[in-house]
Design a protein around this ligand. Structure first.
Ligand code: CUA
Length: 167
């Protein structure tokens, strides 16, 4: 066997393995494309850890959670989830159509989820941390928010609704 043949022999990749390497590379390209398209074309948002708070002593806006109108049609919405009452507080919110709402959500006790149906708002809610996402409501209707992470016996009761009404 010549030296060149010996080198080729040591580089030999089984056809079965080579196909799986190809499939793996194709999958990586598909995943990268999916994240890129979701991020730039479909409005995919990653919830930001907005700030740290003391879950045992929520102060400032958290003492009276709910809507704050910053300017006409622009709102901050503070929501607390907790496993003492198995509720989101507030449980009902109403805004006029066209409003841009920034959701600030935290927990006083254990980990919860917060998903606003029919929107791209979907966050993990961690005690001690505030999760934030923003959405503009261009259509009238009712958007239910639900806890999406199993948090105990009252998990199924953790829901609320945001109603978008005509101006
Ligand atoms: Cu809170 Cu599930």
């Amino acid at each position: 066997m010549s030296e060149q043949n010996a080198t080729q022999e040591s580089m030999h990749i089984d056809p079965y393995e080579r196909n799986w390497i190809r499939i793996s590379i194709i999958l990586l390209i598909v995943f990268a494309a999916a994240v890129t398209i979701a991020g730039f074309a479909l409005g995919f948002q990653v919830p930001s850890p907005e700030e740290r708070v003391d879950p045992n002593n929520l102060t400032g806006p958290w003492e009276n959670p709910g809507l704050r109108e910053l300017s006409p049609g622009v709102y901050d919405l503070y929501i607390i989830g907790n496993a003492t009452t198995w509720q989101f507080e507030p449980r009902e919110v109403e805004v006029p159509v066209g409003s841009t709402v920034s959701f600030y959500v935290t927990s006083t006790d254990i980990q919860h989820g917060f998903k606003l149906q029919d929107t791209n708002i979907n966050m993990q809610i961690v005690p001690g941390q505030v999760s934030k996402l923003t959405y503009t409501f261009d259509e009238v209707g009712t958007y239910d928010y639900i806890c999406t992470e199993y948090c105990g016996v009252g998990h199924a009761a953790m829901f609320g609704s945001l109603t978008v009404v005509e101006k």
